[in-house]
Design a protein around this ligand. Sequence first.
Ligand code: SF4
Length: 217
Amino acid sequence: MQELNELTITEIYASIQGESSYAGVPCTFIRLTGCPLRCRWCDTAYAFKGGTPWTLTAIMEEVKRLGISVVELTGGEPLAQAATPLLAEQLLAAGYTVLIETSGSEDIRPLPSKTHVIMDWKCPGSGMSERNNPSNLSALKSTDEIKFVVANREDFDWSLEVIRREKLSERFHILFSCAWGLVAPKDLAAWIVENPIRCRMQLQQHKYIWGPRVKGV
Ligand code: SF4
């Protein structure tokens, strides 16, 4: 059984944040192992299994060694491991800006309030939309971000309906992203322009810089 001062990690590395309102800034990524979901277009299936146990102390030392003030907890699903909120707390106490990318299926309430949450709201094209946890919508802060990764036009229309019904664009930052290789960026851009709501289209910068299949960047 996993200790509360330990996390199973696939990789820790320094790179450029590729998505969200932080896109383009230097960032240390802590990729946690394991995810309860199986999105059809998942690009990090290599993080589903394996990994290495790290104590929180060792993680903090590695983050310090890399020397970057922004740290992102990602996966896999970072909230599937019990010690993740504690790591976020330690990072915040040490003065880091802490981002977390979560699938939206896990309860975000254990996270410290200063964590910047980037939460997926899974569209039907992922095959995982029934796993969205609606109680997370009342736990998000107005500074947090909800990301819709669209795999086709149906996903985009479905997202608009959810955004309008739940008034999401009035409450949070909305991100739209293409499922890699399934939607052309120019198509998503055209759909957004035809349906102007308060949102941000994002490209996965790291894939344009290093290529879509390179790990650890
Ligand atoms: S939630 Fe993320 S890591 Fe998990 S299957 Fe979906 S895309 Fe992959």
